[in-house]
Design a protein around this ligand. Structure first.
Ligand code: HEC
Length: 159
């Protein structure tokens, strides 16, 4: 179950054969659609991690079922195919509205490793989210940290 998210990110630049038109061109519309899709995917991570974070920060009462549902949802999201989200030409310097740094596609990119670390942290959270609040809190740091570690390296910073 761990491969898809990585395959999505690491194989991004190579698995696009079917999208390239007869003239070898990926249309602006295809780029826009893929940027929208990956940003929506990220929004879903955000939505579910807010539940876990709210409990971890004592802003909402601990609820084992809700915590488990949120962690399960994050793990489920990591298993969706993302390979067509990350088209060449969809980086922040090539496409307005994208905050994905060109470094993702550059030689030596370790975005796949960041993705792997994130999947590990999501699975660790899933394993304990329904146990108790202390276990959830302990898993929250690595999970939030994995999101942040990728963003720090591969996403344009907020102004
Ligand atoms: C492997 C790298 C990576 C991981 C892991 C990752 N992100 Fe992202 N995230 C990105 C990139 C790159 C963008 C910019 C995408 C774009 O603008 O096209 C982004 C964008 C976002 C956005 C903005 C979406 C929008 O509407 O523009 C949110 C919110 C977000 N991420 C939340 C999260 C959360 C929460 C997690 C962890 C649960 C997470 N991300 C994990 C790379 C990552």
């Amino acid at each position: 179950m761990r491969t898809p998210v990585l395959a999505g990110l690491t194989a991004a630049a190579v698995s696009i054969g079917a999208l390239v038109g007869a003239d070898g061109h990926i249309s602006a519309e295809q780029i826009e659609t893929s940027v929208n899709a990956r940003q929506s995917h990220m929004q879903l991570y955000s939505f579910h991690i807010a539940t876990l974070g709210g409990m971890a920060q004592d802003k909402m009462p601990y609820d084992a079922a809700a915590a488990t549902a949120a962690a399960d949802s994050i793990v489920a999201l990591t298993t969706l195919s993302q390979s067509r989200y990350w088209l060449p030409g969809s980086d922040s310097e090539s496409f307005e509205g994208s905050r994905a740094l060109p470094a993702i596609w550059a030689e030596g990119s370790d975005v796949g490793d960041k993705g792997a670390a994130f999947v590990e942290a999501a699975l660790a959270m899933q394993a304990v989210a329904g146990t108790d609040l202390d276990a959830l809190k302990a898993a929250m740091g690595p999970l939030g940290g994995a999101c942040g570690d990728c963003h720090r390296n591969y996403r344009v910073r907020n102004e």
